[in-house]
Design a protein. Structure first.
Length: 202
């Protein structure tokens, strides 16, 4: 497994950690990409910047398939991170040509974040993902593990037709933000507006 480690442990506690590694295999990655392309017309393009959304992109928060992926890969993420984690929420986004991700830090539910490359219109194109002073390029199925709340991260303008990324978020089980488990929804596959109902993208 190809792993890139940077600032890992400091004073006995994890501070800023960046790791690149393969998270899922090609078959699962292709399935997820086909799923996303199939439901993009139902989801529709975003029209506002609410909750960090990018106008004109396709975004789906709490997709039940990715909520399941969030817990499926949790043991792998915990192994790479080095501490027990709790799941908070998942999201995927398809960027269009010319779109970017502005430099930002995320909210407490994103204490530990995974940015997973799902697919693109040209897999030979390497779209850099910046985390603080470092940059990463990934292939489908590879991800970057980082501290979403503590580390500034961004992407420059996309130069191909589309690129899809999934975001899997966790908090430390014994950390300061453990009360953000499930993003305070009461469980996975639920929305904050309707905690008893699965989100319908239509």
């Amino acid at each position: 497994m190809d792993i890139t480690d940077t600032q890992q442990f400091f004073g006995g506690q994890i501070q800023n950690m960046n790791k690149k590694f393969k998270l899922i295999d090609k078959t699962l990655c292709n399935f997820l990409c086909h799923h996303i392309k199939a439901i993009e017309p139902l989801v529709g393009q975003t029209t506002s910047y609410d909750n960090g959304m990018i106008i004109g992109s396709y975004e789906y928060l709490h997709d039940p398939l990715f909520e399941s992926l969030l817990t499926l890969v949790q043991p792998i993420v915990e192994e790479q991170y080095g501490k027990p984690l709790l799941p908070t929420y998942s999201c995927w986004r398809t960027y269009g040509k010319g779109q970017n991700l502005h430099p930002h830090k995320d909210r407490p539910s994103c204490e530990v974040s995974v940015s997973l490359h799902i697919g693109s219109s040209n897999d030979k194109y390497k779209w850099k993902f910046f985390v603080d002073e470092q940059s990463f390029t990934t292939k489908p199925g590879e991800c970057v593990l980082y501290k979403g709340m503590a580390q500034q991260h961004w992407r420059n303008d996309l130069e191909i037709d589309w690129h899809t990324q999934a975001f899997l978020h966790y908090v430390e089980k014994d950390g300061n933000w453990s009360d953000f488990i499930y993003d305070k929804r009461g469980g996975l596959h639920r929305t904050q507006e309707n905690p008893g109902h699965v989100l319908d993208p239509r």
